[in-house]
Write a protein that binds this ligand. Structure first.
Ligand code: C2G
Length: 757
């Protein structure tokens, strides 16, 4: 037997084994056994996996550590090579056949499978692999390693051809060169190791560290091997966890103790390093890690949990053993910091680590160009402004990250100004490009986002009213009130209900969790949203305001007709023309770089113009995430591109029909009871692959789902019959989603949040 696949598995990962099993069975090379070292929780029964094509062994060791379970699995293996695959990862279908080809003609002791790191859920990736054989779509993976991912291993080639192309591209390292890639080599995951090299050592068998670090095994093996190679093409799919709150990886779980175990692991590993070069390199690397850790953690001792003393004790032992060598190899700053620790001068150590942190910030500042102002103002925020007293009458507002004065914050602002004149100082956060200042802006200050005045008011304002999220580094101060208005009834899955997040920051879920803990209140537009916010944001219902959206009060205002006329003339739209509003949302998988999304107009505007321009104009409104500006000049006066118009609610008011897709705009628009068409040309892709929906689009929506421009045109030409057909559904929809929208949401919110007025 050529390969023994070894998989360590925790109770919570059992479900993931099924997907891995299919991935293993799908290999083109099947002379294998699969050994699962199950670190058993006696309370959870483990039903053994069976397979017709491969041999599966499961070892279940109650109360074991991951290390000893894994070691036991190795001792039972009979393959010539051991392939280490984690329970939540996958292999490319051709991985083992490639390996076999390689090892038949070359003498390698270790082969490192190249990682394809991704935040996509295993299931999605696996589905794609089955569909496309060897090709993974570009959106998978980590965007920083985009270049590698742009080269799928064998996109269009058939297997025989690809084999010829791939094999010469293996790179191999001999002993010395191998040390350059040392850290990577200490990890066991994704390694293929000659079985005879694996230590059969009783001491190792008892590996006690509850978080498994493979350093000890790998240095033992590493010193014995002659040839090491790393595959150039990705063949191991590493599924990353981006939800440490609900589905943490091993290292994420034990975060407060992680450093304790890490340092003790390094300590235990030292006796196994007989080779001098390896030892020096290893110590150097560990000291570097300790330096990074101490600089960030000691400056905030609370982050180290209750472990601080035991970590420091352990560190002292560690230093007393490695001291001399560590001092020789470590960098200047490291020594400066480690010395007081070794001498038990904790206060001095904390003080020094703060200085290092500060110097690092200054250094970052020196290196950054275009953001330097932000860095300086942020330092002022952290070290000066947050130390000033809170100003009781200051309210800071931000809508769509400063893009405009709009959404619920705008209506809360207007209400407070009208009803409590002179009582507050209102501070609006705006982007540098913003020019559209409201006419009546007494008692109002406009501050540029990330500028000095912004930082000042962010720190001293008693109230903050924000419709997206506050900055990550925002420090909520005692006795201040943060009101999150959010910005839409959810249709697409949000945060913790999303399987994974491909295009956003991988720390999205964790960061979101911590940010939303700072919200004192969250506005909810309807009962349906309250239920969703509870699980999607993990936000407590008792802190939600069941008020409806302040931004929608305007849609029930008594002077709607007058307002409509005014807005139309402001935009230059003829009063006698009816208005079609086209307001699509953004797509997670279509972007230039992280955070900058593209949009391509799929609606055939020319066709619409030819048929409808006598009676209608079209107002185009792209989502605020869209970074490209569409050129619509060819459609003349039929189209009004109002993508940067401040307030979409005013566009709702002037329009006679809405075309949208998966945007939450239709929930609000339905308050007007006017027809809504859903132009969903990419429905299958959007629903399956991307995020998933909370509603059943084909049953719950108050209008037709249309896939082509012709369908849209047809519906626009027969709006009356569309409305008749969807009347019942529309009625149900309104009572489900707009029951709280009576034109008085703002008042309810203000009375609750600013109750001391
Ligand atoms: N919006 C807009 N113009 C568009 C689309 C949206 O002005 N073409 C505004 C609307 O106020 C809308 C809000 O942005 O309600 C949110 O937009 P969505 O398209 O729903 O998408 P997203 O920003 O992902 O928010 O719970 C709601 C979700 O968070 C969705």
């Amino acid at each position: 037997m050529k390969f023994s696949i070894i998989t360590p598995c925790k109770t919570r990962d059992i479900k993931k084994l099924k997907t891995l099993q299919v991935s293993i069975e799908q290999q083109h090379y099947l002379d294998i056994e699969w050994i699962i070292a199950y670190e058993a929780d006696p309370k959870v029964p483990f039903s053994k996996l069976t397979s017709e094509s491969i041999q599966i062994k499961t070892i279940s060791i109650p109360q074991s550590t991951p290390g000893s379970a894994l070691y036991k699995a190795v001792s039972l293996s009979s393959g010539e090579y051991l392939v280490f695959v984690d329970a939540d990862d996958l292999l490319f279908p051709n991985c083992l056949s490639q390996l076999s080809n390689l090892l038949n003609s070359n003498e390698f002791d270790i082969v490192d499978l190249s990682n394809y790191p991704t935040y996509e859920p295993a299931k999605t990736i696996f589905g794609e692999l089955q569909k496309n054989k060897y090709y993974l779509p570009k959106w998978g993976g980590e965007k920083t390693e985009k270049n590698d991912l742009d080269k799928p291993p064998f996109s269009t080639l058939d297997f025989e051809d690809s084999k010829k192309q791939a094999l010469p591209k293996f790179s191999s390292y001999r002993k010395n060169k191998r040390l350059h890639v040392f850290t990577e080599q200490l990890n066991l995951t994704g390694k293929v190791i000659r079985n005879t090299l694996f230590p059969r050592n009783k001491l190792l068998y008892g590996l006690t560290n509850p978080i498994f670090y493979s350093d000890m095994l790998m240095v033992t093996i590493g010193q014995k091997i002659n040839t090491y190679t790393k595959l150039i093409f990705p063949s191991y799919i590493k599924i990353r966890h981006n939800d440490p709150i609900n589905d943490p990886s091993l290292t994420q779980t034990e975060s407060s103790q992680m450093w304790f175990y890490m340092i003790s692991n390094w300590l235990e590993t030292l006796p196994y390093l007989s080779n001098k070069i390896w030892k020096t390199k290893y110590i150097h690397q560990c000291v570097d890690y300790i330096n990074i850790y101490l600089c960030s953690a000691l400056a905030k001792p609370e982050n180290m949990g209750t472990q601080i003393n035991s970590i420091l004790d352990l560190l002292r032992t560690w230093l007393s053993i490695t001291g001399q060598e560590a001092q020789e190899t470590a960098k200047l700053t490291t020594r400066w910091l480690l010395r007081p620790i070794a001498k038990k001068e904790d206060k001095k150590a904390i003080h020094r680590s703060k200085i290092i942190k500060f110097l690092r910030q200054i250094n970052r500042l020196r290196q950054s160009d275009h953001r330097s102002l932000k860095s300086v103002s942020k330092l002022c925020y952290q070290y000066i402004f947050t130390k000033l007293p809170i100003k009781q009458n200051v309210i800071l507002y931000e809508s769509f990250l400063g893009r405009n004065i709009s959404d619920s914050p705008k209506y809360i602002y207007q209400f407070l100004k009208e009803n409590y004149p002179g009582k507050f100082k209102h501070v609006w956060v705006i982007n540098p490009e913003f020019t559209n200042f409201p006419a009546n802006n007494s008692n109002t200050v406009f501050v540029k986002r990330f500028g000095f005045r912004y930082m000042y008011y962010l720190a001293v304002s008693k109230y903050q009213v924000i419709n997206m999220r506050q900055p990550k580094w925002f420090q909520k101060r005692e006795n201040t009130t943060l009101l999150s208005t959010w910005h839409g009834t959810p249709l697409k899955h949000l945060v913790f209900d999303m399987d994974n997040v491909a295009s956003a920051n991988p720390l999205y879920k964790e960061v979101f969790y911590h940010q939303s803990r700072q919200w004192d209140f969250l506005i909810s537009p309807n009962q349906y949203s309250s239920n969703i916010f509870e699980h999607a944001f993990m936000y407590p219902k008792k802190q939600m305001l069941p008020s409806g959206y302040p931004r929608n009060d305007i849609l029930n205002a008594p002077n709607k007709i007058e307002k409509t006329k005014k807005i139309k003339s402001k935009l230059g739209i003829p009063q006698d023309k009816k208005v079609i509003l086209y307001a699509p949302t953004w797509r997670d998988d279509d972007y230039f770089e992280v955070g900058k999304y593209k949009f391509t107009l799929k609606l055939d505007i020319g066709k619409l113009r030819n048929k409808l321009s006598n009676d209608f104009v079209l107002v185009l409104r792209t989502h605020y995430f869209i970074a490209n500006h569409l050129d619509t000049s060819e459609f003349g006066d039929f189209i009004f591109n109002e993508s940067s118009y401040d307030d979409i609610a005013e566009l709702y008011l002037i329009s006679d029909v809405l075309i949208t897709d998966y945007s939450s705009v239709f929930f609000d628009y339905a308050i007007l009871k006017r027809p809504i068409l859903f132009y969903v040309y990419d429905y299958e892709q959007y629903a399956d692959v991307l995020r998933g929906f909370y509603l059943n689009m084909s049953k719950d929506l108050p209008g037709p789902l249309l896939k082509t421009s012709d369908d849209v045109l047809d519906a626009l030409e027969h709006l009356d019959s569309v409305q008749n057909k969807y009347a019942d559904r529309y009625h149900l929809f309104s009572s489900r989603f707009n029951a709280w929208e009576d034109g008085h949401a703002t008042e309810r919110v203000v009375n609750k949040v600013f109750r001391n007025l």
